[in-house]
Ligand binder design. Structure first.
Ligand SMILES: C[S@@+](CC[C@H](N)C(=O)[O-])C[C@H]1O[C@@H](n2cnc3c(N)ncnc32)[C@H](O)[C@@H]1O
Length: 199
């Protein structure tokens, strides 16, 4: 089973409830105050069946929420002005000439496993970010003393992630690690990293 088949299967059987309190808290406590525009053009990556921006005070018409799972996108809210699209972040030039003031990773990047696919994903993010825009991500990173392998996930060390970001051309302006954040899985614990970047 590849990653797309895995997520399509997951969304076929998922209950439909999707709330991600930590992403909302990240946006409210870290991202919002750093935005330079009051009505930003937003790209939400890996939105699943419901973008977190449905629940935030943003201009919904200015939000594009993407996911590579057509099954997830078919289950997104019908009465909304958020624009939901099936897009694979690992497709070269996935966003064409579009530019965004905020690119928000809704736990998508840590689901991209291959190094070359991750390189393309970061390149797409860099190309789609406006000059004064922000790229913001919350993701799992390895604890220093115990390596965790999670199926259909890529959990880098903090150093690996820092290198990936810098190699893409992005500049890191915020990098915070919360040790001991437990992700509910059978294989152990990861730390939580929040990062904010500019061009
Ligand atoms: C861990 S889930 C997070 C879903 C939702 N944002 C949430 O917070 O509950 C990761 C999401 O990324 C999507 N995804 C994984 N790889 C992707 C890719 N290459 N391009 C676009 N979306 C992808 C999956 O389909 C899934 O919806």
């Amino acid at each position: 089973m590849n990653s797309l088949e895995h997520f399509n299967h997951y969304f076929q059987t998922a209950s439909g409830d999707q709330s991600n309190a930590s992403l909302i808290e990240f946006y409210r406590s870290v991202v919002f105050e750093r935005l330079l525009k009051s009505e930003p053009e937003i790209l939400d990556l890996g939105c699943g069946t419901r973008s977190i921006f449905e629940d935030l005070n943003v201009v919904k018409e200015k939000v594009i929420a993407v996911d590579f799972s057509n099954v997830a996108i078919e289950k997104t809210p019908s009465h909304t002005t958020i624009n939901y699209l099936v897009v694979d972040l690992t497709t070269p030039n996935a966003f064409g000439k579009s530019k965004f003031d905020l690119i928000f990773d809704s736990h998508c990047l840590h689901c991209i496993e291959g190094y070359s696919e991750r390189e393309v994903a970061f390149k797409n993010i860099y190309n789609a970010l406006g000059e004064d825009g922000l790229f913001c991500a919350e993701m799992m990173i390895q604890k220093s003393y115990k390596y965790v392998h999670l199926p259909f996930k890529h959990v880098p060390t903090a150093l690996e992630l820092e290198r990936e970001i810098l190699e893409s051309g992005l500049k890191i302006i915020y990098f915070l690690i919360s040790p001991g954040m437990v992700f509910h899985n059978e294989n152990g614990e990861c730390d939580l990293l929040r990062v904010v970047c500019r061009k």
